[in-house]
Write a protein that binds this ligand. Structure first.
Ligand SMILES: [Zn+2]
Length: 94
């Protein structure tokens, strides 16, 4: 998963590892949780809270967007899967 804020890469995180990612920027705070190969927005102090309602993402190119915080979390290929995997319905959890 890649997190960008204001169009700049904030960090990249492996979905293979359950973890909590706290993102603090000048816009506010978001907490993403990676659990069993999927990602959801656990907490956010943005005014609309819409990012928290976007559910979980796990497939390549799926995103969670927090507009007020200019934050985008995007699942990206970890390089070990081929491009063909993009169309596969199964989520590969390593
Ligand atoms: Zn938000």
């Amino acid at each position: 998963m890649k997190v960008t804020v204001d169009g700049e890469v904030y960090g990249t995180y492996s979905l293979a590892e359950n973890q909590t990612v706290k993102i603090q920027t000048g816009h506010g705070t978001n907490v993403l949780v990676i659990e069993n190969g999927s990602v959801h927005m656990e907490e956010a102090d943005c005014p609309d809270g819409y990012c928290k309602r976007q559910g979980t993402i796990s497939r390549v190119n799926e995103t969670i967007v927090c507009l007020p915080h200019k934050l985008v979390a995007e699942v990206e290929s970890d390089g070990s899967t081929t491009d063909d995997a993009d169309d596969a319905p199964d989520v590969i959890v390593k």
